[in-house]
Design a protein around this ligand. Structure first.
Ligand code: GLN
Length: 520
């Protein structure tokens, strides 16, 4: 002990409270600051916090976060050097959506590794751009305005149910919503009248014929709300007693609420052209009127006019992705937290998007892609993954059925990369490893390993085998380098030891921290 004065050493040492500030009093977001600050001489500036949120897809124009980003900016100015956990805690106490920030810092958003997810989307997007020429399809040309739009436009936007957003390419270019409005106007009709009344007037079977075909089902009703006849009928049900301008305003406002408060535009050129080239829609309207399919008192011309107006609304990939994410989030807009639609309404609309959303390709789409989606003649497709979010694509050239060529290709590749198909198992299956972006890869691997080590220690063979099937390595070991085999041996489970020894990666001679092997 010569030369060491234990007492002084003890006195000099900081108390544990000095070394580890009382973190329990701070939420995870503030601990992040604390940890970061301790790694690099005690300072964290506002930009670092803002960048962390942005990397998680929480953007400064998010209505929930505007005030926090503003505070960070002010803070950056005021406290240029430091944002202490205390300051951040104070900021958060004034922010309505503090729990969202908290989840972001804990890695608990629906896509925990958002950066990785976005990188993969970027690769898919680039591949489709490189491999599918814009000349592979043709713009819609039944009205001149759509024919004139650049076929080169290609945009993508994603919004998760936590409002994590990411965009690529021409995601800000406005286009007329056309048939992509149909699932939404159907929602508004449902909200107003309920399922029973709405489906007195509209069927819910795929039609098996083109979207503008002059035909009705065996009950003289439109087959479903995703084709023209059904969408015209849904329009007839929205605020039927109000003048058209009120009805239009209502739809416009609802769409804006579904899109996080972003306003949708309107193209008068498209609207006027729609009216001029509307023979088939008029034909459908008269046919339904002749069959007394409309609710009593319906004014056919007003209804058609209102339908043309809805088709001529303008949106972009970003707004469409948020609106779709509202459906994925069972009616609550992710970027505002506002409940816009009932859960049941979303379920109904998603069901029909799934079976009827892609024109005559709907069956093939449900089979191959397996995500509720809707396409429109402008070249947009948005796909809604329930409890996850929405991805929208814009690329005007269409295939012979009327779906965006690049859009279909993008989503086909998407489900090859990610576990998004409705009937994909969330458990790993097959040999091709596909990504489940809902999982925090590192955390889930760690949890799987811990569970396997516990199962081995407790001698729970069935649980251990299940975890190994799920991807845990049979050679997994703990902090003391004690392998599953060590633990199984200690728990005296001969059967488990025999099972483990069948795996080639299990090393019988693995040595733990104390020099013991599993079989000794
Ligand atoms: N305005 C178009 C029509 O009614 C909408 C069709 C579509 O996008 N499929 O014909």
């Amino acid at each position: 002990m010569e030369g060491i004065d234990l007492n002084t050493t003890m006195r000099k040492r900081k108390s544990s409270a000095d070394i580890y500030p009382p973190i329990a009093k701070f939420p995870a977001s503030c601990r992040f600051i604390e940890e970061k600050a301790s790694l690099k001489s005690g300072t964290v500036n506002a930009a670092e916090i803002a960048n962390y949120l942005k990397a998680n897809g929480l953007l400064p124009d998010d209505p929930r976060l505007k005030s926090l980003f503003k505070k960070l900016m002010t803070a950056d100015h005021e406290y240029r050097k430091d944002i202490t956990p205390e300051i951040f805690a104070e900021m958060l106490s004034e922010v309505e959506f503090a729990t969202l920030i908290e989840r972001a810092f804990k890695g608990n958003l629906v896509v925990p590794d958002f950066k990785d997810f976005c990188n993969r989307l970027q690769i898919l997007f680039n591949e489709v751009k490189a491999n599918v020429s814009h000349t592979a399809g043709k713009n819609a040309d039944y009205i001149p305005k759509l024919a004139q739009i650049s076929p080169n436009y290609f945009g993508m936007s994603v919004c998760t149910i936590d409002g994590q957003r990411f965009q690529l390419g021409d995601a800000n270019i406005e286009f007329s919503v056309q048939s992509c409005c149909k699932p939404l106007t159907y929602c508004f009709a449902l909200e107003e009248h309920g399922e029973e009344k709405v489906h007195k007037h509209i069927g819910r079977e795929p039609s098996g014929v083109a979207f503008n075909s002059i035909c009705l089902n065996s009950k003289d009703r439109p087959h479903n709300p995703m084709i023209n006849a059904g969408a015209i009928m849904a329009c007839s049900l929205i605020k039927p007693k109000e003048p058209i301008y009120e009805r239009f305003q209502y739809v416009n406002e609802q769409l804006s609420k579904m899109s996080g408060g972003l306003k949708w535009g309107f193209s008068n050129i498209v609207y006027q052209s729609e009216k001029m080239h509307a023979d088939r829609n008029f034909c459908l309207g008269y046919m339904m009127q002749g069959k007394k399919a409309f609710p009593p008192g319906t004014n056919l011309h007003d209804t058609l006019d209102f339908y043309f107006q809805c088709c001529s609304l303008e949106t972009d990939c970003n707004k469409l992705a948020i609106a779709g994410a509202t459906l994925a989030n069972m009616g609550e807009c992710p970027t505002t937290g506002m409940k816009v639609l009932k859960s049941r309404t979303c379920r109904d609309s998603l069901s029909l998007m799934y079976s009827c959303g892609l024109y005559d390709y709907s069956g093939e789409w449900a089979f191959k892609v397996g995500i509720p989606a809707k396409s429109g003649v402008s070249g947009s497709i948005y796909a809604v993954i329930p409890d996850f979010g929405c991805i929208s694509i814009y690329s005007p050239p269409l295939d012979s059925i009327g779906n965006s060529v690049r859009g279909v290709e993008f989503f086909t590749r998407l489900v090859d990369e990610f576990i998004f198909h409705n009937f994909d198992s969330l458990k790993p299956t097959g040999t091709r490893i596909r990504i489940n972006p809902r999982l925090n890869k590192i955390a889930s691997e760690r949890e799987g390993k811990m569970a396997a080590l516990n199962a081995a220690a407790e001698g729970d063979l069935m649980e251990l085998l299940r975890l190994i099937r799920g991807g845990v390595s049979p050679a997994a070991y703990d902090y003391d380098r004690r392998t599953l085999l060590h633990l199984a041996t200690c728990s005296g489970k001969v059967e488990m030891v025999k099972c483990l020894l069948k795996y080639p990666e299990v090393d019988v001679n693995a040595v733990d921290r104390w020099g013991g092997t599993g079989t000794v």
